[in-house]
Design a protein around this ligand. Structure first.
Ligand code: KG4
Ligand code: ZN
Length: 351
């Protein structure tokens, strides 16, 4: 089987073709970074317009690179939510048109399920596994029990961790996207110089919070006054990174108690989402997993950030189970993976 997958829920316009055994025949990702950079964050209206302009060309390239025609597809998948609704509509409408014209099944994919199932394509990981999903749009800890079966242990109650990286970078004028910029600046900084909070650390449950950390960075910058040196910025970036990772780890530690008690035979912990590219986070999690005798599995960086292959693969997993959608499927701005989990009122679609 061969599936085409489209992704357009944030600031990447992406299309990819994958096979049932997890081979990626093409994976074309067009980032809108340059369009959003002047604003230091993703502007929804700009994103939606850019998806409209680019999507058909990106699909065309993905099909050409895969070397197949639409008549050779067994299905077409697109992100149907959660995310910026203008963008989601563009990808979903494109997929519906392809499904109608090529007379193939449509699968509307939950973007978070795309991130969650990527390791099954890249590493053939079996269910269940613990997943730390950390990106600009989401911060969640879930147990992936099966296709469509998620148990959310924790979520952000305000900002996503990637958002905190992006805002920290913006405040210090380090550029966009902020994660890689903060990581680079942090490399020559002293992470112990600024005493920043570790939100939620020591609290019960597994929820995250990052808005207080962001405010603390703003305060530290204000205290430095007008003459902020490059060394000050490096030290603040390093202190922020240490605090953010420490905050994440404290929540993973909580989640591990539940995971080990309720899934005693489980072997894996997975990180996904753009922040999974962060080397400090990976190193610290690796140490923690070794202690707990679990294997840490991380998809390659290009499959951690938003892409079409993860959507095509999630569509493939659905298609294998005959779970397809009709052409009247609606796009959803909010679509939690675990519908039984408590909503986090200040997190919006991030929860
Ligand atoms: O998964 P992704 O491409 O898009 C969303 O769904 O949000 O994640 C992008 C996020 C951005 O906030 C970016 O700053 C962050 O991931 N990020 C990083 C790193 N690389 C990307 N954060 C920390 N360290 C990195 N190396
Ligand atoms: Zn994402």
């Amino acid at each position: 089987m061969i599936v085409l997958g489209l992704e357009s829920s944030c600031d990447e316009t992406a299309a990819a073709v994958v096979t049932a055994d997890g081979r990626i025949l093409s994976n074309v990702v067009l980032s809108q970074i340059e369009e959003h950079a002047p604003f230091g964050g993703v502007v929804p209206e700009i994103a939606a317009r850019a998806h409209v302009t680019q999507m058909d060309q990106i699909v065309d390239r993905a099909m050409k690179e895969a070397g197949i025609g639409f008549d050779e597809l067994d299905g077409v998948a697109a992100t149907a939510g959660p995310g910026l609704i203008g963008g989601v509509l563009v990808g979903l409408m494109t997929a519906k048109s392809i499904a109608a014209v090529a007379d193939i099944p449509l699968v509307g994919v939950n973007h978070l399920e795309g991130h969650a199932l990527t390791v099954r394509m890249t590493d053939g990981i079996a269910f269940p596994y613990l997943l730390l999903l950390v990106s600009g749009g989401h911060s969640q800890i879930l147990v992936v029990e099966g296709v469509g079966k998620y148990r959310r242990l924790g979520t952000t109650i305000d900002d996503a961790v990637g958002e905190a990286f992006d805002k920290t970078a913006k405040m210090m004028g380090l550029g966009f996207p902020g994660g890689p910029a903060v990581e680079k600046a942090a490399a020559s900084g002293d992470g112990t110089r600024f005493k920043l909070p570790r939100p939620m650390k020591g609290k019960p449950g597994c929820d995250f919070s990052f808005s207080g950390l962001k405010t603390a960075v703003r305060q530290a910058l204000a205290d430095l006054g007008d003459d902020v040196t490059d060394q000050d910025k490096a030290d603040l970036a390093a202190s922020f990174q240490v605090a953010a990772v420490d905050a994440l780890l404290s929540r993973v530690k909580q989640a591990l108690k539940i995971y080990k008690a309720d899934y005693p035979d489980a072997k894996n912990m997975v990180i996904a989402g753009g922040v999974a590219a962060n080397k400090h986070l990976r190193a610290e999690l690796d140490i923690m997993m070794q202690k707990h005798k679990l294997e840490l599995v991380v998809p390659p960086p290009a499959l951690c950030t938003d892409n079409g292959a993860m959507i095509a693969w999630a569509g493939m997993e659905r298609l294998k189970r005959n779970e397809t959608d009709t052409l009247d499927l609606a796009a959803k701005a909010r679509w939690p993976l675990d519908p039984d989990a408590e909503p986090a009122p200040f997190a919006g679609y991030k929860a």
